[in-house]
Design a binder for this molecule. Sequence first.
Ligand SMILES: O=C(O)/C=C(\C=C(/O)C(=O)O)C(=O)O
Length: 296
Amino acid sequence: MTEMTAGYLPFHAAPKVPDYVPPAGAVDAHCHVFGPGDVFAYAPERKYTPCDAPKEQLFALRDHLGFARNVIVQASCHGKDNAALVDALEASNGKARGVAIVDADVTDDALRALDDAGVRGVRFNFIKRLVEATPHAVFEQIAEKVARLGWHVVVYFEGQDLDEVAPLVRRLPGIVVVDHMGRPDVTAGVDGAGFRAFMDFLAEDARYWVKVSCPERLTVAGPPYDDVVPFARALVERFPDRVLWGTDWPHPNMKSHVPDDGALVDVIPRIAPTADLQRRLLVDNPMRLYWPEESA
Ligand SMILES: O=C(O)/C=C(\C=C(/O)C(=O)O)C(=O)O
């Protein structure tokens, strides 16, 4: 068993059954698999070591929460070794798609193998506490390469870094999905300059999508995340056809509390207050992006 980084909390051992019942075919569009470390080693360059969170537990959580599919996102702790991700995709019976992390020198054969496994995007991480900086020119090279496969790009950055990241995003081809609402400073309020700038950025181009995930990371008030709900709701109501939702299980790097995944699901009707908005958020949008061949 690989020791997890001191001070971080493990994922919830017994999340509640959500009160909210997701629509049929709902997709958890942001989650991870970690290790197990003695089978899928963590990256030497990682800045944290998570607790093991294997595919079997992710799939059991999917069923427990009433979801049908997962989008499994490569996290920095596994770096550019996507083996654990591919293993989970191949075990999912077509119920999972992936977002990988790759180098600029990734070969076309390697990309095709990832695509065959179910990968449909790459992730560019700008969070300074998670990764060393990558030159934007490298990200542009990767984006051009994977666009040939029809993949999209997922970006993860701090709210205060929008001005640094936006020029690169504008140069990327295809759809770009922003993780965790662009990590706004919730203490500044939805009318604060930072979140307004983020909303204006998303409004620039219909290629830009956003995940209304991670109230547990952004909150100052704590569960049930009343201080974060207005941000997610504003995004759902303004961009109903380009929002995604995810648990972010197993919630790496949490220190403030252990989020209950069932309680996170119960936030959904508060941020998407109609059945139509819930269906677009949980079914139509993720199916169009990750299973277009099956999308209505
Ligand atoms: O540590 C965070 O801020 C959140 C995450 C970490 C990563 O994505 C990562 O290590 O790549 C998360 O989204 O799970």
